[in-house]
Design a protein around this ligand. Structure first.
Ligand SMILES: C[S@@+](CC[C@H](N)C(=O)[O-])C[C@H]1O[C@@H](n2cnc3c(N)ncnc32)[C@H](O)[C@@H]1O
Length: 361
């Protein structure tokens, strides 16, 4: 039954570029709850496609009549069975988000939750799209997606894959999204990222990367005091997972110098690439994280000081948003590394870009 939702959305043309055109926002992952009134003026002019944006990405309530313009009865019943529909005085609201990404669809918890909670399943953010777009779409025999969240990267791998996440609710969403997209060759297992076994040609990772002081609980976000608690453990284990010639693909935000730290953690036998999107001054970075964590206004200043102390303790002066690759080189091939500026990707690059990024002649 779930598949009927994906089929209907594909038929409507609910894809990234259409959402961005309707919201007049590129990338649309930069939408903010506070701008809701402005978005409302935009989606209303767009018929059923506008209704899809409103219902699945803006948490707008629709009348039953409008919901029936958007979805057939089978799809409405499927959403109801999942417990995703909430009737209220304005109509019916969808409690979860639905994201289009590279021709597939992904349910997640809502990006507009006023108060985040520890097991909230990460929505598809700019980091998720960066990893989805930048990972070369080639033929892999088997893929491992660590910190899988909604399951997006395991389900885009196009081969038998394993998704691993510490959050049991993320595992439920991974399985649900597999069913939504009619994919049966991907499995999901709950556990720590480093509990994964086996060997693979592709390992993807969008880790929890935000450097945070003690007591910040959201699993999708907190990367420990230096932000690299998960990243460092995964990178240090890559040689046990990746076959020679295999590729590690990671989107993250990290204190400046990540490429050099990756080289230190991996040693020799690897080609490393950094594709830099943009940099954040730490004051701005900290403040946007405090605002998005639902900290009450009267506590924001004290919280800001607490975060700033953590960043000073770890000597973090700048955060860099970037995509990284590590290629496991065949014996005898010299190490290489490079860093390029790419900006925020607005779609998958060409095969020529991938060759350049991966240093292929
Ligand atoms: C930034 S989200 C990325 C989700 C998804 N991969 C994406 O790109 O949209 C990070 C994910 O890491 C998971 N996580 C946090 N700590 C973990 C750990 N130690 N082992 C495995 N997963 C972990 C969180 O539950 C969350 O789903």
């Amino acid at each position: 039954m779930l598949e009927s939702i994906a089929t209907r959305m594909a038929r409507l043309g609910f894809v990234e570029s259409a959402v961005e055109d309707i919201l007049q926002l590129r990338p649309f992952t930069f939408r903010r709850a506070i701008h809701q009134p402005a978005y409302r003026r935009r989606w209303k002019k767009h018929g059923p496609l506008g209704l899809a944006v409103a219902f699945f990405l803006l948490q707008e309530s629709l009348s039953l009549e409008d919901l029936r313009r958007l979805l057939d009865d089978e799809s409405i019943a499927a959403l109801h069975l999942q417990g995703f529909l909430e009737p209220n005085r304005l109509g019916i609201r969808c409690k979860v988000d639905l994201y289009p990404c590279l021709g597939k669809y992904f349910f997640t918890d809502s990006a507009f939750e006023v108060e985040p909670w520890p097991e909230q399943v990460y929505w598809l953010g700019g980091d998720s799209y960066t990893l989805a777009y930048c990972t070369p779409r080639r033929s892999y025999a088997r893929a491992l997606d660590l910190c899988s969240g909604s399951g997006v990267h395991a389900l885009l791998a196009g081969c038998p894959a394993l998704g691993v996440d510490i959050n049991p609710r993320a595992i439920e969403f991974g399985r649900l999204n597999a069913a939504l997209n009619g994919i049966s060759q991907v499995e999901f297992a709950q556990g720590d990222c480093c509990s994964a076994e086996g060997t693979y040609d592709l390992v993807t990772l969008n880790p929890p990367f935000v450097p945070t002081p003690e007591g910040v609980a959201e699993l999708y976000r907190t990367g420990g005091g230096n932000g690299e608690g998960v990243t460092e453990r995964v990178v240090r284990r890559l040689a046990t997972w990746l076959n020679p010639g295999g590729l590690f693909s990671m989107a993250t935000e990290a204190p400046d110098g990540a490429l050099q730290r990756m080289r230190r953690w991996l040693g020799s036998g690897w080609g490393l690439a950094e594709l830099r999107k943009f940099e954040f001054p730490i004051e701005e970075y900290i403040f946007s994280n405090i605002l998005s964590s639902g900290t009450p206004p009267d506590q924001q200043e004290a919280e800001y000081e607490r975060w700033l102390d953590t960043y000073e303790d770890h000597n973090i002066q700048k955060m860099v948003s970037a995509q990284y690759f590590a290629v496991r080189l065949a014996p005898g091939v010299p190490d290489w590394e490079h860093s390029l500026e790419i900006g925020h990707p607005s779609g998958p690059p060409s095969e020529a870009d991938w060759s350049l990024w991966l240093n292929e002649k």
